[in-house]
Design a protein around this ligand. Structure first.
Ligand SMILES: *[C@@H]1O[C@H](CO)[C@@H](O)[C@H](O)[C@H]1NC(C)=O
Ligand SMILES: *[C@@H]1O[C@H](CO)[C@@H](O)[C@H](O)[C@H]1NC(C)=O
Ligand SMILES: *[C@@H]1O[C@H](CO)[C@@H](O)[C@H](O)[C@H]1NC(C)=O
Ligand SMILES: *[C@@H]1O[C@H](CO)[C@@H](O)[C@H](O)[C@H]1NC(C)=O
Ligand SMILES: *[C@@H]1O[C@H](CO)[C@@H](O)[C@H](O)[C@H]1NC(C)=O
Ligand SMILES: *[C@@H]1O[C@H](CO)[C@@H](O)[C@H](O)[C@H]1NC(C)=O
Ligand SMILES: *[C@@H]1O[C@H](CO)[C@@H](O)[C@H](O)[C@H]1NC(C)=O
Ligand SMILES: *[C@@H]1O[C@H](CO)[C@@H](O)[C@H](O)[C@H]1NC(C)=O
Length: 643
């Protein structure tokens, strides 16, 4: 969301392939403690708050690399505040921690049972038994995501460390385990968010929530699970399927320096459509003849079985090609060789009961189904990375994803003792860590067919001003993933990097137009004309649909525009969508992002309220207006094309 620079400175200071029976019962120790956990009433609930219970997120969490022998460690764990970073030197082994906590969750959420503030240093513990029939195999401990740094101890020994709040990591804990006994898992989490001088990828999280900046998330906010695999096992899969039916695949293994062969079988339902034997740890290619292509209107997917010795994992792909080309003289994004007008919402992925963690998978998919049913063909995942099941749902539903890198803290300043103002920007080490995590984002997510575009910088947040790092970051992203487009800077400081000329403007769009406002750049016709954000019109609601926090309510009047009634809000929506349609017809607009899917805290500009209980949209009108955009785009693409 675009906001005035003066305001910035005042900001100071899936479908599981695993057989249902294969998941062993949660250990009895965990069940006994479940009685001590209680939901803390959040400032606003959703229809799913009371459905979470003490067995949250039971689904297999990694849809593109599924193993059948797994055990979910989600449930009630113990939690205790720690005093400082030094506390990690003195772990509370073998002790009961102060209180119960639900995993996965954000400690700041009602669902965690803690709902705290400034959760900077924390301990988490649980215990688990490894099933007897896993004997002789490697035991892998997986975390979907921990915000921000995790130090993991198993049975009193340090098993690993991970930095980065949005990414999956796996530890081989075989040598730390005690067969047949309870194993103690203790995790120290450090999450500075925007404390002090920290400049780390945080997206919209802040310790000082205000209007477009929200409550932070700390802790183990995605699923934790163990699984069994042979010593040499598949550790990662890169899969790309294109419109010619070519599959480009790399099977990474735990013994990365040994090259052996793997077998790959591609299925369409019961039918095997391709079988191939390739080497490990290097790219190989093979072909599927005349595949059914993937697109938003026909989201065809193919299952893939990968076998490495005794290890077998299930995955999938979709066949599609994302590129850009000139159609009737205008640079356009292409899907399977044709201009696709990408129209979606700014999707924050915040929940009043779970903050970053959707209460259930059903809740998470509900938002996507709502968008799909209105005719959106895209979603811009805004400076947050979701659990992998989110991308799986987009693959299945047929929703393209524009994926943002989680931003560093926005441009803020602090007042120095000599009364001068200093801008808080990343130093060289912080910039290097941002680049490293950008690479992890791309590498961990590049196999989801629905992802069409990567965004590096949002509205200049954390973007260095003394040189233009977006050029080298764009090159790096294209090197890691040559199959996607890159929107290097969405809004504000565009110096010509990447595939998009992306404008942000509220409320009215300025998409590929010969007019622009001074906070953005003029349309550059060598790149794709795009409206990365517009809309954002607000409509206040009664207290039972509001995030009931007085500070947040006090910021509602910072919304660009408040429409008093829903009729007025829909009337304004219609005008803004019609304007965008004009810009498709008359100028060079290739897609847009409406702000936003839902209200969040003090922002009341969603298609739905924050609790997802009230929709503002006049469905017939919105469906017609969205279809109007696609029709206008189709009329413009009726002619010759060159790539
Ligand atoms: C956690 O401990 C620190 C240091 O003892 C203290 O400053 C902070 O207030 C505590 N936080 C919570 C949420 O209890
Ligand atoms: C296959 O993918 C890798 C990246 O995973 C890329 O470097 C390579 O160029 C691709 N090969 C082909 C033939 O597309
Ligand atoms: C492969 O690397 C491992 C350590 O990761 C080492 O122990 C082993 O000797 C290496 N094997 C070969 C064939 O280089
Ligand atoms: C992929 O496998 C899942 C689970 O077995 C099944 O539900 C789905 O229909 C399969 N899809 C295809 C295209 O084979
Ligand atoms: C104020 O202090 C900062 C930091 O010490 C220094 O870099 C800056 O030059 C000072 N400005 C003035 C006007 O003295
Ligand atoms: C929005 O509505 C709430 C009550 O639902 C009220 O307290 C608040 O003052 C209103 N704010 C604005 C800007 O209308
Ligand atoms: C918004 O509301 C707050 C508290 O209700 C008030 O202090 C502030 O002056 C208002 N701001 C504007 C721009 O109306
Ligand atoms: C595309 O061009 C053809 C031939 O000129 C015409 O018949 C058709 O109506 C056009 N379609 C659209 C959507 O403008």
């Amino acid at each position: 969301m675009h906001f005035l620079r003066s305001a910035i400175f005042s900001l100071l200071a899936g479908t599981s392939l695993a057989r249902p029976g294969s998941q062993d019962k949660i250990s009895t120790a965990k069940q006994a403690r479940a009685a001590g956990y209680a939901l803390k009433e959040p400032p606003l609930t959703t229809p799913w708050t009371d459905k979470v219970g003490t067995d949250p997120w039971p689904e297999y969490p990694r849809p593109q690399m599924q193993r059948s022998q797994w055990q979910n460690l989600n449930g009630v764990w113990q939690y205790q505040n720690a005093s400082s970073l030094a506390a990690v030197q003195n772990p509370p082994f073998g002790q009961d921690l102060a209180q119960d906590v639900l995993i996965p969750s954000c400690l700041e959420s009602g669902l965690s049972g803690v709902q705290g503030e400034y959760m900077i240093y924390s301990w988490f513990s649980t215990s688990f038994k490894v099933p007897k029939d896993w004997h002789g195999q490697s035991i892998l401990l997986n975390f979907g995501a921990v915000d921000y740094e995790a130090t993991v101890f198993v049975n009193g020994k340090k098993a690993g460390f991970h930095r980065g709040g949005y990414f999956r990591f796996t530890l081989d804990v075989t040598s730390f385990l005690k067969p047949g006994q309870q194993n103690e898992l203790l995790v120290f989490v450090h999450d500075p968010t925007d404390d002090g001088d920290y400049v780390i990828p945080i997206g919209k999280q802040t310790h000082r929530p205000s209007h477009i900046f929200y409550t932070p998330c700390s802790g183990i906010w995605q699923s934790v699970w163990i699984e069994a695999a042979p010593q040499n096992h598949v550790s990662g899969l890169d899969i790309d399927g294109n419109m010619e039916g070519q599959v480009n695949m790399t099977v990474h293994t735990s013994s990365a320096n040994i090259t052996t062969s793997v077998q790959v079988v591609v299925h369409d339902g019961e039918n095997v459509v391709a079988t191939y034997r390739g080497p490990t740890n290097q790219p190989f290619q093979f072909k599927v003849d005349s595949p059914k292509l993937w697109s938003p209107s026909s989201p065809n997917l193919y299952n893939i079985t990968v076998t490495l010795g005794k290890d077998q994992v299930q995955s999938y792909t979709g066949f599609r090609t994302i590129s850009k080309g000139t159609v009737d003289g205008v640079v356009r994004p292409l899907l399977n060789g044709e201009f696709i007008f990408m129209f979606g919402t700014l999707d924050q992925g915040f929940w009043p009961d779970g903050i970053y963690t959707a209460p259930t998978k059903e809740a998470m998919v509900y938002d996507l189904q709502m968008l799909k049913s209105l005719g959106f063909n895209m979603v811009r995942k805004h400076i947050k990375v979701e659990p992998e099941l989110f991308y799986r749902a987009c693959d299945e539903l047929g929703l393209l994803v524009i994926q943002d890198m989680p931003a560093l803290r926005p441009i803020q300043s602090r007042t120095l003792p000599n009364c001068t103002s200093q801008t808080i920007l990343p130093n060289a080490a912080q910039q290097a860590e941002f680049s490293r995590q950008l690479e992890v984002l791309v590498n961990q997510h590049k196999s989801f067919p629905s992802i069409a575009t990567w965004i590096i910088y949002n509205e200049g947040w954390g973007q260095l001003t003394d040189y233009y790092p977006e050029f080298e970051l764009t090159d790096r992203v294209k090197q890691l993933d040559p199959t996607r487009l890159v929107d290097s800077t969405t809004g504000w400081y565009d110096h010509g990097a990447g595939d998009f000329s992306d404008n942000h403007h509220y409320a009215n769009p300025q998409c590929g137009t010969p007019f622009y406002s001074t906070s953005s750049s003029p349309y550059d016709d060598t790149r794709i004309g795009f409206q990365g954000e517009f809309g954002g019109i607000g409509n206040n609601v009664s207290i039972e649909h509001l995030w009931n926090n007085q500070n947040a309510i006090n910021t509602i009047n910072q919304t660009y525009e408040i429409d008093i009634t829903l009729d007025a809000w829909n009337y304004r929506s219609h005008l803004l969508l019609s304007e965008l349609q004009d810009q498709v017809r008359l100028f060079s607009c290739s897609g847009g992002v409406w702000t936003q899917t839902t209200d969040v805290e003090g922002e009341v500009n969603g298609l739905m309220t924050y609790d997802r209980r009230l929709s503002r949209v006049d469905e017939d009108q919105w469906k017609a207006d969205i279809q109007g955009l696609y029709d206008a785009a189709a009329a413009r693409s009726n002619g010759t094309m060159s790539s």
